[in-house]
Design a protein around this ligand. Sequence first.
Ligand SMILES: [Mg+2]
Length: 382
Amino acid sequence: MKIRKLELFKVKPRWLFLKIETDEGISGWGEPIVEARQDTVKAAVEELSTYLIGKDPMRIEDHFQLLYRGGFYRGGPVLTSAISGIEQALWDIKGKFFNAPVYELLGGACREKVQVYSWIGGERPKDVVEAAKQKIEEGFKAIKMNATDVMHYIDSHVKVDQAVGRISDIREAVGYDLEIGLDFHGRVHKGMAKTLVKELEPFKPMFIEEPVLPENNEALRDIVNHTTVPIATGERLYTRWDFKKPLSDGFIDIIQPDLSHTGGILEARKIAAMAEAYDVAVAPHCPLGPICLAASLQLDACTPNVFIQEQSLGIHYNQGSDLMDYLKDPSVFKYTDGYVDIPKGPGLGIEIDEDKVRSAAEEGHNWKPPIHRLEDGSFAER
Ligand SMILES: [Mg+2]
């Protein structure tokens, strides 16, 4: 079998899909994207495709080595996201060739279903109590929200009180049966992170995510002394090499590799195995589209230290289309009592509605993230 063609589709809300065709009629889908860098990643995939045309799609490890190391310069989100989408599509092809879901080729299932969480709260969290109640009604047992509004390096305690007030209001309204992940989104700096983790702890969050930007992770050494809440990070870390230091430093409890950024399914499986050796849990990041979620569920199925999965149904980013819109059978992602069943179909276990993708790609998108500024007019991390 040989790779014949790579084709890319920019589709709303902010996604990029890749279809890889082979000369034997089997094709696979992947999702190579860096949010708001869709054209850059598209160009990267097109550039990498010249190495792949005419090659055997089954040699996934060898293709990863060549695409990642072959250019001498390596790493960074654009290259690793381009490779991620290619890698997912190659696994889809391999699974379809063997008529098996990808997890069967990676050791087999070690669970029947995986817990999922749902995002609430948007960029500037408000009305979170109503949103939390809504998610409970939809059957979710876990949610995640931005803990704070944008924050200056050192900011007012009013903002700390507002953050405490939001989770306190949710606890008062729905109690403690609901797990709540609090995302600092890298928008909090070290000086405020220490105060916030301490003040938020009494409300028993499931975890605190990106308490500081990943490039400032040495600050975790200090921050973890102020709380017992599990610390999560990893959506902006790429390949096993980026995870090496945070894992060996020992300040994190949960890693959140994104399967469309970190290097793909097998790369995430290797990262998860590294984490397992450090007694660290895995919660794959996935505010993206259905192909990334399908790839993540394949990892979740065969990875013992995964405890929860992010998914994007109804997320505030999904303007213009949503998670299920490009699937022929949306029931593969059916959420029941806060869990989704492990998909049993071959490859990634989903069937993409290609006609719908093609017609959506005619319109395309030019998604840009919101830019936030602080009261003094300076740039704010979002
Ligand atoms: Mg996050």
